[in-house]
Design a binder for this molecule. Structure first.
Ligand code: NAP
Length: 563
């Protein structure tokens, strides 16, 4: 089949990232097309419709900042909006900015290759359509390829099987059913209390107890929302300067700089007074780098967890072990998760002690016993950061498969561009701080940066841009070095790919925070895009300007203010 359409920019994915990229590209006058696998826009919020799904970054922050009008006209009902409301918001954005005509739904991209002769990207879809473009932007999301462990006998199970990230649109009614939830990450933690209310019996299969902290979610009163909207510009500025891209009132003192009374007061304040949620990650300035400080936070949270659960057996199982630093696996933020285990119809099974061996026609069999279920839910997460990209057969200049280039882990300069993959950008990908941040903020930062680069190329008559190998290697090393200074690398988390058997163990995010990262990429830009090489001719890749210097954090932008 020939090429169906030639565009200035092709964008893969119509979630938060794809829609904003489209908005900005069109603003510049680029002929742009978004290819989206789903039959609606929304990305994560389109697919993850499990009961209890909601954002755990406050919605006033987890929303676009590019349009003050949009900020003012949209009203969030709750501090942490539920999935259906976020999906409604994204659909509103698509309509308000007339984005739909340039979005092609039901279109799964299977391959993308940079054609050296034509100097363009060619993208192939599952249906066999082919498109060409000068620029290719991967807005495929960090957590979008569901992972479902292989389970012998699953085909014989007579009940229903679900995955949190492939939830039926029409919803599921678990009233009177015996339900199994496998997995206790954020998805399992969010769905457990809601399903427990419906189900006759809910059994949660836990492999690793992770930390979860209370959301203290509340509905907005009209006055509270009005007051918050009136301060929106200030809120956004505070968010931009916060390590996670959302203001969490971070304590700038290390534990050693505080008295015991002050430390306890700070912990209690974060647990409930300050509003809970991710504020607990910012209790002490050194909690992700100092083992002793981290252990103090972990002990505090463990004591809180124990106090919530009446049955000592369940409490012990649900308390994270001492070898898991607090926050080293992505923190969950819950509404009555632990309290749910006080219900008579809810139990927990430790699958490390008694692994699930197989599914049976009636349910699940562990090494200890058989369980009967009407439904089994996999809340087993994603092939994070690299999964969605590598699911597409991406080939760069010279036909080099990305699967080959990334076989030992992802490499990308600034988490944005990959050497050998000209004119391709990854939004919120490996090597960026995105998954450790308010991702909507990180998406806007990336898209704005990419658009300034493309504008510059148009202005200078440049047709081809690509990261240099040296800059890429330097960035990957920097990411690893920064991560090694923290406790993040100690956990078997999806941040290091540990949830996928055989995946190379690499810490895949830039750990030093959003403001530091932004200053680095802005400096790269100010320094004539150091670490990128350009050509005026897309085919040959003839170099017209290059800087081999590699960005680093030497200007030391760590903030000493509350973030
Ligand atoms: P996850 O954090 O990766 O959790 C998956 C769970 O399944 C873990 O408890 C894992 O155990 C367990 N598991 C995986 N394979 C298993 C197996 N073979 N046998 C038994 N247990 C197994 O996935 P998630 O809960 O879907 O969350 C992923 C990420 O999505 C989150 O960290 C977060 O970034 C994002 N998310 C965000 C929200 C939100 O509110 N904004 C909500 C949901 C998800 P181990 O821990 O032992 O690997």
């Amino acid at each position: 089949m020939g090429i169906q359409g030639k565009y200035d920019m092709l964008i893969v994915g119509a979630g938060f990232a794809g829609l904003y990229q489209l908005y900005r590209a069109r603003e510049m006058g680029l002929r742009t097309r978004v290819l989206e696998a789903g039959d609606g826009v929304g990305g994560t919020w389109f697919w993850n419709r499990y009961p209890g799904a909601r954002c755990d970054v406050e919605s006033l922050d987890y929303s676009y900042s590019f349009s003050p009008e949009l900020e003012q006209e949209w009203s969030w009902s709750e501090r942490y909006a539920p999935q259906e409301e976020i999906l409604r918001y994204i659909n509103h954005v698509a309509d308000r900015f007339s984005l739909r005509p340039d979005i092609q739904l039901n279109t799964r991209v299977t391959a993308a290759s940079f054609e050296d002769e034509e100097g363009q990207w060619e993208v192939t879809t599952e249906a066999g359509e082919r498109f060409a473009a000068t620029y290719l932007v991967m807005a495929t999301g960090a957590l979008s390829l569901p992972q479902r462990p292989k389970l012998d006998g699953l085909g014989s199970f007579a009940g229903a099987v679900y995955h949190s990230a492939q939830w039926p649109k029409e919803g599921v009614d678990f009233t009177g059913k015996r339900v199994a939830v496998i997995g206790t990450g954020s998805s399992g933690v969010q769905m457990t209390p809601v399903i427990a209310e419906q189900a006759a019996q809910l059994t949660v299969f836990q492999r690793t107890a992770n930390f979860s902290v209370p959301a203290h979610n509340v509905a907005f009163t009209p006055e509270a929302l009005r007051a918050a909207k009136a301060r929106y510009p200030e809120r956004r500025i505070l968010g931009r300067e916060a390590i996670t891209g959302q203001f969490l009132n971070a304590n700038t003192k290390t534990a050693a700089e505080m008295t015991d009374e002050e430390k306890l007061a700070e912990l209690e304040y974060r647990w409930k007074g300050a509003g809970g949620g991710f504020r607990m990650l910012r209790t002490f300035a050194d909690q992700m780098s100092n083992e002793q400080t981290n252990r103090m936070v972990a002990e505090f949270v463990r004591a809180k967890i124990r106090a919530k659960i009446k049955d000592p057996r369940k409490a012990e199982l649900l308390c994270p072990r001492d070898n898991l630093p607090f926050g080293a696996k992505r923190l969950s933020v819950d509404s009555h998760y632990y309290e749910t285990f006080n219900r008579d119809n809810v139990d927990i099974v430790d699958v490390q002690a008694t692994p699930i061996v197989a599914a049976t026609p009636h349910g699940l069999r562990t090494t200890e016993r058989e369980y009967d279920f009407d439904a089994v839910i996999f809340a087993t997460g994603f092939d994070a950061m690299t999964g969605a990209l590598l699911a597409i057969d991406i080939r760069g200049s010279g036909g080099v498969p990305l699967r080959e280039r990334w076989k030992d882990g992802p490499v990308a300069y600034l988490g944005l561009g990959i050497a050998g993959y000209p004119n391709m950008f990854v939004i919120a990908g490996p090597g960026s701080p995105s998954v450790l941040s308010n991702v909507v903020h990180s998406i806007e930062t990336h898209v704005d940066w990419i658009m300034r680069l493309i504008r510059r190329m148009y202005a200078d008559g440049l047709k081809r841009v690509e990261a240099t190998r040296e800059a890429e290697a330097g960035w990957v090393q920097l990411c690893a070095d920064e991560a090694d200074k923290t406790l993040y690398t100690r956990a078997n988390s999806w941040y290091v790919g540990a949830n996928i058997p055989g995946k190379p163990r690499v810490f895949m995010a830039f750990v030093s925070g959003v403001p530091t990262y932004r200053r680095i990429i802005e400096r790269v830009e100010a320094n004539d895009y150091e670490g990128f090489k350009f050509a005026s001719d897309a085919q040959s890749g003839e170099l017209v300007r290059s800087s081999t210097a590699c960005a680093n954090t030497r200007s030391g932008n760590h903030h000493a203010r509350r973030q």
